[in-house]
Design a protein around this ligand. Sequence first.
Ligand code: ADP
Ligand code: NA
Length: 330
Amino acid sequence: VSRPRVLSGIQPTADSFHLGNYLGAVRNWVTMQETHDAFYCVVDLHAITAGHEPEVLRRRVRVSAAQLLAVGLDPERCTLFVQSHVPEHPQLAWVLNCITGFGEASRMTQFKDKSARQGTERASVGLFTYPVLQAADILLYQADAVPVGEDQRQHLELTRDLAQRFNSLYGPTFTVPAPHIVRDTAKITDLQDPTAKMSKSASSPAGIIELLEEPAKSAKKIRSAVTDTGREIIFDPENKPGIANLLTIYAALTGRGIDNLVESYAGAGYGDLKKDLAEVVVEFVRPIQERTRTFLDDPAQLDKLLAIGAEKARGVSSATLRTAYDRIGF
Ligand code: ADP
Ligand code: NA
């Protein structure tokens, strides 16, 4: 019985994933290995659209891959690869660029936001066509499903439009992927500003827990998390976003239900909750850090795993590209 195919990517744009990346995305990748034919990609081509430093990029690709393996991606159960190792991605992206309308691409809100921040004159054409490369990433693998958050919905819509357009212009070639809405993915908020999402672009490092930072530092951040002036530990994201976030993290990392946590902290103070959660976080990151280090300490083995991943990925992507090239007359 063939499993539905899924593709997902993550940018190597930081030296560590944060708890939001893990609980909101990567943890689900680990689960989907068991139910899907999963292709996971460290999208380094996407990481050069807004300027980068070569040595930093090189390091971050490796540390991203090592962390993905450390949290449980298993090369026997999924295909884990680096985007730039698979030349079919930019090759198909070019073809798709040629059937994407300029106006259509101009309507992508993520480009509008990012280019407004950089200055429209300075924003690269790569940033502009980023969603087209993303469409290529997905369509090359004939993915049935793509796990998406709200921020990626518009890009997935474009991917679906491009697949349908190509198919109707040149003949059936691509699977039209459906959004895979993941139930109970946690939305993690900033520890210092619990109404904003935890993000690597946070205004203060105290607001984010990095998987690879010194565990004592994480513990301190949890203990200093912004809460409210009340004292009751209840789950009320509207009025108590800080406490709600701590409970969400606690529940996600331990598998305990939020109700169960609330019950067990009846009568306890915020300090008790923070102290316990700090320990939970430390115990959680410790083995991940050890395994990440093991992968990074054996560069030849990491290279080998990524080469095997790229080979498996190319097995699918080269066949898709060949068909697409045939259809368009190459
Ligand atoms: P960042 O916001 O730090 O730049 P990215 O945009 O690179 O993170 O996101 C990588 C993945 O992690 C995406 O799938 C995104 O939805 C998920 N993610 C990022 N931040 C959070 C968060 N605070 N809570 C839940 N999921 C998150
Ligand atoms: Na982001």
